[in-house]
Design a protein around this ligand. Structure first.
Ligand SMILES: Cc1cc2nc3c(=O)[nH]c(=O)nc-3n(C[C@H](O)[C@H](O)[C@H](O)COP(=O)(O)O)c2cc1C
Length: 461
């Protein structure tokens, strides 16, 4: 049975039954649906949630799929304790897609004047969001010169029956494809799929080079060839087992106001001028399930965590062969702050690791480097190292006026430090011990004495 969203939900139900909940009561997609997730968060619970009855829509919604490491591991058939290495192996295994003539996603075809986005259960998440947003839609585009496919998630604000405002960050390959078509005053054809096996959705976050077809990468990450079918109204191949596909065009050189929107740093991205998508056709499976990502919350951050950690690991490894592990913790938005552990071979090497980490990804604002006895997935360990192994005037360095994310609400403009833009100071803490002079040992009970000790032999019930 080829992999898709339904097969994943059944597998989740069987293998991790505590990680999925069902909501049968009717919910409003505006605030009430995300309110259930927010309340669960308040109780430190992050299950995937299926909403079976959503006001004004015939379709159920599944949300919060990505907000647990166990579910990310299940999606990737990976070991939760070895996610980065397992992911890197999958990402490197390119598998040729399979093109079908007939596909489940085209069981229902809605075209022309019948297209009506208000029939979809599109969720409004945060109080000041500019309206309902599709948050898990994976855009599929073809490079007009090479025909190579690109996939990425880009926020899509409903702006009428068949229009979206859509933000393609200037750094993205998608924005480059649109710019190439804009230069020739040509529209860009785009298909957006919503709802598929989470491995396909996670593929949207790869940072492979432009000459690598991301459908081939999707096959590797999915663990089998991705099945594709020709879209109905545009010249683009689309995933055959997706739940929905929205086929549309981005008119050239046309921008509209779009936003505000609760973003990954858990602040609002301000209203801005973004591209338009005119939807020509919607296709969907029988009994289609709509996939939502709970934006501005853990689901949003974790959807890109492993892929960004993989990039950080690979790029730091070029400078530091002894890098042991990396982590982009949720406290740093899974983007702005990285912890890196390494075997330090000579003094000064911790600073090299820090510089490599700060340039590994433009969104990195802060790096903390620790020795290889520190578990970077445990924040207490990392900050224990910082508070006991550093002389801060030497351990900390800063690089002012660096490019960071414009969604960092403390970033500023070169013209005016009080105006929001994309500059900020990048900084790092080298919390590694010196090599050339002795350093105190960690005080602890001998490991042999406690590692295999059975507490039941000591503590009475
Ligand atoms: C939930 C989610 C929402 C995202 N929204 C946007 C967005 O609105 N605009 C954007 O430029 N990138 C967004 N991203 C990041 C891009 O999807 C990501 O950088 C992707 O790799 C870009 O694809 P491309 O460079 O292959 O075109 C989002 C990522 C996630 C996980």
């Amino acid at each position: 049975m080829p992999k898709d969203l339904r097969q994943f939900l059944a597998e989740l139900e069987k293998k991790l039954p505590d990680e999925i909940v069902h909501v049968k009561r009717k919910v409003d997609p505006k605030f009430e649906l995300p309110a259930v997730l927010r309340k669960l968060q308040e109780e430190q619970r992050y299950p995937a949630a299926v909403f079976h009855n959503v006001k004004n829509s015939a379709f159920p919604v599944v949300s919060n799929i990505f907000s647990s490491t166990n579910r990310l591991a299940l999606a990737l058939s990976a070991d939760p304790d070895n996610l980065i290495q397992d992911y890197l192996k999958l990402e490197g295994e390119l598998i040729k897609p399979k093109v079908l003539r007939k596909a489940p996603v085209q069981e229902n075809v809605i075209s022309g004047t019948k297209v009506d986005l208000s029939k979809l259960p599109i969720v409004t998440h945060c109080e000041k969001d500019g309206g309902p947003y599709v948050t898990s839609g994976v855009a599929v585009m073809k490079n007009p010169e090479t025909g190579i496919y690109d996939v990425g998630i880009f926020r899509m604000q409903v702006q009428g029956k068949n229009n979206f405002g859509c933000l393609y960050g200037a750094y993205s390959k998608a924005a480059r494809i649109i710019a190439m078509n804009d230069a020739n005053n040509k529209p860009t054809e785009v298909a957006i799929f919503i709802g598929h096996h989470p491995a396909c959705v996670l593929t949207s976050q790869t940072k492979v080079p432009v000459d690598t077809d991301e459908f081939w990468v999707m096959g590797g990450i999915l663990g089998e060839a991705i099945e594709l079918v020709q879209a109905k109204s545009i010249d683009v191949l689309v995933p055959a087992r997706a739940e929905f596909v929205l086929e549309g065009v981005i008119p050239p050189n046309t921008l509209v106001p779009e936003g505000p929107f609760g973003e990954y740093p858990w602040y609002y991205g301000l209203e801005r001028r973004s591209n338009v998508i005119n939807i020509k056709t919607i296709t969907h499976r029988n009994d289609a399930i709509y996939h939502d990502i709970f934006s501005a919350h853990q689901d949003h951050n974790y959807a890109a965590k492993i892929q960004r950690e993989a990039v950080l690991y690979q790029r730091v490894k070029v400078a530091i062969p002894g890098v042991k592990n990396v982590s982009l913790p949720i406290s740093g938005t899974c983007r702005h702050m990285g912890y890196i552990s390494m075997r330090k071979d000579f003094d000064g090497q911790g600073k090299i690791a820090a510089m490599a980490a700060l340039v590994a990804d433009p969104m990195m604002k802060m790096a903390v480097i620790v020795d290889d006895d520190i578990d970077v997935t445990n924040e207490s360990e990392v900050w224990w190292a910082v508070t006991t192994r550093t002389q801060p005037d030497k351990a900390v360095f800063m690089v002012p006026d660096s490019y960071v994310s414009e969604l960092d609400p403390s970033a500023y403009s070169i013209k005016d430090r009080n105006r929001r833009d994309y500059l900020n100071t990048k900084w790092a803490i080298d919390a590694t011990k010196p090599v050339g002079i002795p350093f105190e040992e960690r005080a602890d009970v001998p490991r042999d004495a406690w590692a295999n000790l059975n507490l039941d032999d000591y503590i009475s019930k």
